[in-house]
Ligand binder design. Structure first.
Ligand code: ZN
Length: 184
């Protein structure tokens, strides 16, 4: 397993829609295990493949470091689709390993139903609420090329412009390895 550099806001791959995974080969297995190592090294709860430079439609989630979720197993989502969303919404502060040091209050459906495949390509239907629903929606957004900051109001987005530019130009300190500018 290796820790991979994390792509940052401004990297084009984070604006691309992910590509469907047709088969799980050794390369995919290595990608998934590297993603877990990369996410844990950066203290993340979720990570999408484009955050480590891959266009595969895969994200991972591990909530076991979160109080109250210690018993939750790490999860791998291949070719995920949100099939239902609750009408009820909630607002929670979010952050992102590709947008370090920026947080924002984001409104999202409180619960979602998601159909996806696990790392053995078994089809799974997940009904998630609360923190898990929040994290899977954030990661699912990544696979569509969407950042949580896109969901902030125009005024807040405007205020963040300078900070985002600093991230894009690698002008801040990073707590984990990141990709060089313009590589992805
Ligand atoms: Zn993110």
């Amino acid at each position: 397993m290796s820790i991979l550099p994390v792509t940052l806001y401004g990297d084009k791959i984070l604006r691309k829609k992910a590509k469907k995974v047709e088969k799980i080969d050794n390369e995919t297995i290595k990608l998934i295990s590297d993603m877990f190592e990369t996410m844990r090294n950066a203290d993340g709860m979720g990570l999408a493949a484009n955050q480590v430079g891959s266009e595969a439609s895969i994200f991972i989630v591990d909530l076991s470091k979160v109080q109250g979720y210690e018993k939750t197993k790490p999860m791998v989502f291949v070719n995920p689709k949100i099939t239902e969303q609750s009408v009820e919404e909630s607002v929670t502060e979010e952050g992102c390993l590709s947008i370090p040091d920026i947080r924002g209050k984001i409104k999202r459906p409180e619960a979602v139903k998601m159909v996806y495949y696990d790392a053995e390509l078994n089809e799974i239907t997940l009904e998630a609420d609360d923190l898990l629903a929040r994290v899977v929606q954030h990661e699912y957004d990544h696979l569509q090329g969407i950042f949580f900051t896109d969901r902030l109001d125009d005024e807040t987005q405007c205020k963040l412009k300078k900070s985002l530019l600093k991230i894009k130009n690698r002008k801040i300190e990073f707590d984990y390895p990141v990709t060089p500018k313009d590589k992805y």
